[in-house]
Design a protein around this ligand. Structure first.
Ligand SMILES: Nc1ncnc2c1ncn2[C@@H]1O[C@H](COP(=O)(O)OP(=O)(O)OP(=O)(O)O)[C@@H](O)[C@H]1O
Ligand SMILES: [Mg+2]
Length: 254
């Protein structure tokens, strides 16, 4: 679970990327974080994962405060960043062994997990190549495998489907569903609204650092008195309203 309480973050004293966000992400759910480019999704995720400190507010991950208990908190989740261009000079397998080492995955479990996940994402043959030679999608898969090696209860994925081929994307969605159905948690950001509509138990729509809506897709339909797609509601919700604050349309739903 993740509890985000009144969290704000401003870059360089100017851009308020996250503006007083409060969110609860529960065990057993796939939670989708949606919003236009620059809305504050990645910044929120960086705050949740302890990469950035918040200016205000508090974040608790699986019962552990990410600021005061960062190492213990970090052990409980796997994180896929928005950019998979990591450790390019390492070979794929070296990277995965490194990740397993950091998270303290024992040797035999490590081998089994690497083998199983690489097979699932059809990356086994590339593991002896340098990451530099990987395509974007291959790097994405590698980072994903690395994040899941220690079997974390909580998955935090920043646009994990980007660059994945349909088969791998399907694999990931299936794994996300199974993970949540086992009582564990997936928090991910995406621009792919079809995916969000199909796989998410709940979504939050963020724009200009604020939550415009948080709930199930059905709740969103009821709120908008709409029978339309998530895409049409998303476009309506995030339509430019002449710079007025997003809070106006919040309707108390966040
Ligand atoms: N390192 C940074 N320094 C200064 N401003 C930043 C930095 N990172 C992000 N921002 C700004 O913060 C705001 C939120 O950016 P963020 O990356 O969180 O958005 P996002 O919702 O993840 O967007 P996208 O969908 O494009 O990934 C934007 O206005 C962006 O320009
Ligand atoms: Mg982003």
């Amino acid at each position: 679970m993740i509890r985000i309480e009144n969290v704000s973050k401003t870059y360089n004293g100017k851009v308020k990327a996250v503006d007083n966000i409060t969110l609860d992400i529960r065990d057993g759910e796939i939670f989708g974080f949606l919003g236009p480019n620059g809305a504050g999704k990645t910044t929120t995720i960086k705050l949740v994962t302890g990469i950035l400190p918040p200016d205000e507010g508090r974040i608790v991950v699986n019962g552990l405060d990410i600021e005061t208990d960062p190492i213990a908190a970090k052990k409980t989740f796997g994180y896929v960043p928005d950019n998979p261009d990591v450790f390019l000079r390492l070979k794929g397998l070296e990277y995965l062994k490194f990740m397993a080492e950091i998270y303290g995955v024992p040797g035999d479990v490590r081998r089994t997990r690497i083998e199983e996940l690489s097979k699932r994402f059809e990356l086994s043959d590339a593991l002896t190549d340098r990451i530099q030679s990987y395509s974007h999608g291959m790097r994405q898969k590698l980072v994903l495998i690395g994040a899941l090696l220690h079997e974390p209860a909580l998955w935090i994925l920043d646009e994990p489907m980007t660059g994945l081929d349909p088969k791998s994307s399907f694999q990931l969605k299936t794994m996300m569903r199974a993970h949540a159905d086992a009582g564990k948690t997936v928090f991910f950001s995406t621009h792919v609204l079809d995916v969000a509509e199909k796989v998410c138990d709940r979504v939050a729509i963020v724009d200009r650092g604020r939550i415009l809506f948080c709930g199930t897709i059905d709740e969103m339909r009821a709120h908008f008195a709409s029978s339309g797609s998530l895409e049409s509601m998303f476009l309506e919700l995030t339509a430019d309203n002449g710079g007025e604050s997003a809070g106006k349309e919040n309707g108390g739903l966040s």
